[in-house]
Design a protein around this ligand. Structure first.
Ligand code: SF4
Length: 453
């Protein structure tokens, strides 16, 4: 078992509300995989929209369908093949892109009828394939590009991709093979995009990449050693909530914590620790494996006591002994992370970890996963219970027809963390509103609260 599907921000469908003109060429999009892939899908849709294509939220209204695939785990590959098959059955004209596109024979072997296969970030090639399948028909009076482009996420929050690729070689991961080495977007371009998003009404920016704290370290002529810090500072001036994902526990991350304490960026760090035992981390070849992570966590909490720490872990990694796993559980007792996800190790085609000795039997992986989640859940429950009676700002994601508002606190990233619900007096609220609540109830992962003022 892995994280349940509802914790994964995938299977996004385009949220397009405008009507289409007669004869307008129309493209459907299925976006699988992680938030980074979602950003790619948004970029493709934005370009298509700018060229005059209509975007269809279902297969039947589309002249062709783009499937943005994920190839991170074998289960994700199977899911991608299934989605391609479904799109072929329902529509028949399918263009494949994304991570799995790095292995075209794998796709054409299963689905020889796809029109084209392109790899991750090959925006131009995807557009060429769309042009070949469905010629564009622009209408300059109708096809005005929305100020913030086409977004697959609700308008009040948006992912902001700051770099692509990764310079590490974690043994379980094939992303560097698929996406290449770290290439950071120019800081000005990132800031310009962020400013445009905020001007268009985005209240929360979710900063993503493969290795956010390494941002800019690929630039040869850089003024600063760690441009991540000045980027965080600049983003903190925009007046939006800024949430940092995929940060590694490098020592320089400490310097970003005062920005959180000052309220410039959200007191939230999403750090994929993956494990805590130094030998397991070494066998994984993890970045920052040598850092003393508990010391870093203590330093972050002392500079910003409200900080929320989220992480993901892999249990049952090849060679993981009971003692190593127990070390991870003990580390969790010390680290008291607020939010965690846990995966059981799975072989991935092409990953170097496949060849490691001493693979852990499935039933032991399952048993360790259950023990880990039990501990994580108990920590989360106690942390949330301690919030009852406190007053905090929350952002509204949705208000349903019964007037119940689904919101998030600063400690909750969309799609992957919990929610705070307001079930009284919330009828007048709108998505994107930031309101103050007093927390009056807590469960394992969610909170309930009452509007203040
Ligand atoms: S840091 Fe490791 S897990 Fe993350 S993308 Fe790079 S190689 Fe993969």
């Amino acid at each position: 078992m892995q994280n349940p599907p509802d914790l994964r921000p995938d299977l996004a469908r385009a949220r397009i509300t405008e009507t289409q003109r007669d004869g307008q060429p129309t493209i459907g999009m299925v976006s699988l995989g992680c938030p980074k892939a979602l950003v790619d899908s948004e970029r493709i849709l934005t370009r298509l929209r700018a060229e005059g294509y209509g975007i269809s939220a279902d297969y039947s209204g589309a002249d062709a369908v783009v499937v943005n695939t994920c190839g991170f785990l074998d289960s994700a590959k199977a899911e991608s093949l299934e989605a391609i098959g479904e799109a072929l059955n329902e529509n028949g004209r399918v263009i494949v892109t994304g991570c799995l596109g790095a292995e075209p024979e794998y796709i054409t072997g299963a689905h020889p009828k796809v029109l084209a296969v392109t790899g991750p970030h090959q925006y131009e090639q995807v557009l060429d394939a769309v042009h070949a399948a469905v010629p564009p028909s622009p209408d300059p009076f109708v096809d005005l590009l929305p100020a913030s482009g086409v977004s697959l996420t609700p308008r009040h929050y948006s992912y902001l991709k700051i770099s692509e690729g990764c310079n590490h070689k974690c043994k379980f991961c094939i992303i560097p093979d698929m996406r290449g080495k770290l290439v950071s977007r120019p800081q000005k371009a990132v800031l310009r995009e962020a400013e445009k998003l905020v001007e268009a009404g985005v209240r929360e920016l979710l900063v993503i990449s493969q290795d956010t704290s390494a941002y800019g370290t690929d630039w040869k002529d850089r003024d600063e050693k760690f441009p991540f810090l000045s980027l965080a500072k600049d983003l903190g001036e925009l007046g939006a909530w800024v949430r940092m994902h995929y940060v590694y526990p490098y020592p320089h991350v400490r310097e970003a914590i005062p920005l959180m304490a000052e309220g410039k960026i959200l007191p939230y760090l999403d750090i994929p620790f993956q494990h805590a035992h130094p030998d397991t981390l070494r066998r994984m070849a993890r970045p920052a494996a040598a850092e003393r992570t508990l010391d870093e966590i203590r330093a972050w909490r002392s500079a910003c006591p409200d900080i929320t720490l989220r992480s993901t872990f892999i249990v049952g990694y090849p060679g993981e002994t009971e003692a190593e796993f127990q070390h991870l559980l003990d580390w969790m007792d010390e680290a008291q992370l607020d939010r965690v996800g846990c995966f059981q190790y799975e072989n991935v085609d092409g990953a170097r970890s496949n060849a490691l000795p001493d693979h852990v039997p499935e039933e032991i992986k399952q048993e360790r996963w259950e023990r880990f989640m039990e501990k994580a859940q108990a920590i989360s429950e106690a942390k949330l219970a301690a919030k009852v009676g406190t007053v905090m700002d929350v952002i509204v994601d949705d208000v349903d027809e019964d007037g119940i508002a689904t919101c998030r606190t600063k400690a909750d990233a969309p799609e992957i963390d919990g929610n705070l619900f307001i079930d009284e007096g919330a009828e007048a609220l709108n998505p994107g509103d930031i309101v103050t609540v007093e927390v009056d109830e807590a469960s394992d992962y969610d909170l309930w609260g009452q509007l203040k003022g």
